[in-house]
Design a protein around this ligand. Sequence first.
Ligand code: TXA
Ligand code: MG
Length: 522
Amino acid sequence: MKTKILSTSEYDIALAGEILKNGGLVAFPTETVYGLGADALNEDAVKKIYIAKGRPSDNPLIVHVAEKEDIAPLVKEITPAAKALIDAFFPAPLTIILPKSDKIGNTVSGGLNTVAVRMPQNETARALIKAAGTPIAAPSANTSGLPSPTRAKHVIDDMKGKIDAVINGEDCNFGIESTVITLAAEVPTILRPGAVTKEMLEAVIGRVEVAAAVLEGMKNNETAASPGMKYKHYAPKARVMLVNASREKYESFVNTKKDAFALCFEEDHITIPKITFGKECDDLSQAKEIFDALRRLDDMGAKKVYARMPHKNGVGMAVYNRLIRAAAFCIIDLEQPFTIGLTGQTGAGKGYIGKYLEALGFQILDTDAYARKVCEKNSPYLAVLAAEFGNDIIENGNLNRQLLADRAFCSAEKTEKLNSILHPAILALCRKDAVFPCVLDAPLLFECRGNEMSYKTIAVTAPKEIRKKRIMERDGITAAQAENRMNAQKSDAFYQNHSDFTVINDGRDIKTQINTILEEIL
Ligand code: TXA
Ligand code: MG
């Protein structure tokens, strides 16, 4: 098929209207992203949209109208909340979902009994809908799964040869798709955040919820309120990782990376190849540029991309929602310095797992070694201990361990005091040395709250008999001594309840268990 490239002249818009009337497909600019339009009341025409985009047939389309009066025939009823939103916002980058009327076919609604309606702001879009003389079903005019098009060039890249015409209009003003809110739920719920924010909606209709999938992604067993949520979205060819960090931390992290690109804000000082998407404190500028930036990364052949995390307030929530999907939910959290917190019962095999992770390239931060550092000669923490437990526990800069033990372990309260000094000190030293990806290897991970500073936690447990044998061999002690030590430890259930993942070291292959966990974590 030859795709006509049309202008925004009156003549060309009339021509595009004719194409739509006759069941053809026309891509057109809106204030959000380019849409791929077909006559919403013509099932055969609508089917062509799904084919051109490669879109799953259960993912419904938004029906676009030129005037507010054109909404009523498409829905069962304009509820008071719907009327309030229409009056307050339309025309707007806002889509409202309501129970559908008989006019709406199953292809448009993806088999649902609701319909999504929107009245765009963009003059060309409204002139086109008027010229067609029918409501226009239009998803974003990209190939399914790719970033949405915010420039005519993006549409031509994706759709040339597959549709009848593209209107070569201006770049999209907002740059991300409309806010989608359903009024067909018990409480009005945002299914997709956009330029019309939760706060703006709440100012008009009161309480509005945000669907969990907006920020977190769908769990495997969840059904989607909006079918679009469950599909892979906005993904460039490059592997994108979202980095949660202050500007300074992001810069020093990214600037050491080889063969990678930064997807960052204009203000960031980046020395590796980069593409920017707006300014740090200007979420509208980020929205406008994010999809174009993702496409440019592909044009430049980027394979690995470290993206700066936008804040999640206002329109920032919408930018975050698109980026987190582009990154397939992969977050590198530099505010949580430890990638993995590793713990487990004595003799269960924590050391073995640490060695395996180290061989895979993880830095291992051994809290036992750091505990010795905290107490070594001239350590600044000795003064803190002395202030609590008496100056005589320090002799010539050295810690008298026996004296400290005598004073600290005489009561639960004193022991608690000791831990409240040692644990934060150990974590602070580990944190200073931590380099992504790293493992905080800590027998008392939960007690020292190292889990709170770890992105994910892994605990290893093993059956009692196996552990006993290992401890006796490792430390050359008797069965009774080994049992004593084991009795002081927490139960299997404790570790299972407190950690994100549990590895069971009972003869099953440990490496396979770890590999499966790593796939999920990274
Ligand atoms: O800004 C926009 O909304 C753009 C421009 C062209 O108007 N259009 C757009 O359409 O983004 P599309 O198809 O790419 O995204 C529509 C989203 C999908 O996630 C779809 O699942 C959801 O809206 N949706 C449509 N109808 C729905 C319905 N009845 N119930 C729940 N979700 C619906
Ligand atoms: Mg889309």
